[in-house]
Write a protein that binds this ligand. Structure first.
Ligand SMILES: Nc1ncnc2c1ncn2[C@@H]1O[C@H](COP(=O)(O)OP(=O)(O)OP(=O)(O)O)[C@@H](O)[C@H]1O
Ligand SMILES: [Mg+2]
Length: 161
């Protein structure tokens, strides 16, 4: 599967913005990748593409941020600090990843059995100084459609789990 390359923070945000412009209510972006791989920068772009001007910070005490002001409501989740399944169940995932708005989930692998079946999964990795690679793995029809709407055939999305 061909990955996209972001050779600057600005490019990473531009990729996120493309996703934001084509997002539909109920869309979920699952973000995987090591510390500092650019997940939050991609969410900053996503918010911008939705027309949301709120400052995007890493959710710390509150693991979910609800960001208004854009074309659609944005839920920004960061599961890095999740300790156990019980904590995950108490977060209110159904609402955050529901039909009302768009959700972006950092450290989404920690969702385990709560991962939605319709989503666009992005794997971010380091590809040199200030360069990141983003590989897309759509889940379900909408995940693939969202990537195609945002990036055209450029994303060349495959379908793997
Ligand atoms: N091409 C790039 N794309 C994105 N970020 C980049 C790029 N080049 C350098 N950076 C830097 O890498 C860092 C990415 O940080 P960011 O907070 O987005 O990562 P993260 O994956 O959310 O990390 P964490 O797991 O801690 O939440 C920032 O300091 C950013 O300036
Ligand atoms: Mg982050």
């Amino acid at each position: 599967m061909k990955a996209l390359v972001a050779d600057s923070v600005e490019r990473m945000r531009a990729l996120g913005a493309a996703l934001g412009r084509s997002a539909e209510a109920g869309d979920v972006l699952l973000l995987r990748g090591a510390l500092g791989s650019g997940k939050t920068e991609l969410v900053r772009g996503l918010a911008g593409g939705l027309g949301c001007e709120a400052r995007i910070r890493s959710p710390t005490f509150n693991l979910i941020h609800r960001l208004e002001g854009g074309r659609l409501l944005l839920h920004h989740l960061d599961l890095y600090r999740i300790r156990d399944a019980r904590e995950l169940e108490q977060l209110g995932l159904d609402e955050a990843m529901g039909e009302e708005g768009v959700a972006a989930v950092e450290w989404s692998e920690r969702l385990r059995e709560f991962e939605p079946t319709e989503a666009l999964c992005c794997d971010l990795s380091f590809a040199g100084d200030a360069v990141r690679e983003i590989a897309f793995a759509p889940r379900g029809l909408r995940g693939a459609e969202w990537a195609r709407q945002a990036f055209g055939e450029e994303a060349d999305v495959g379908t793997r789990g």
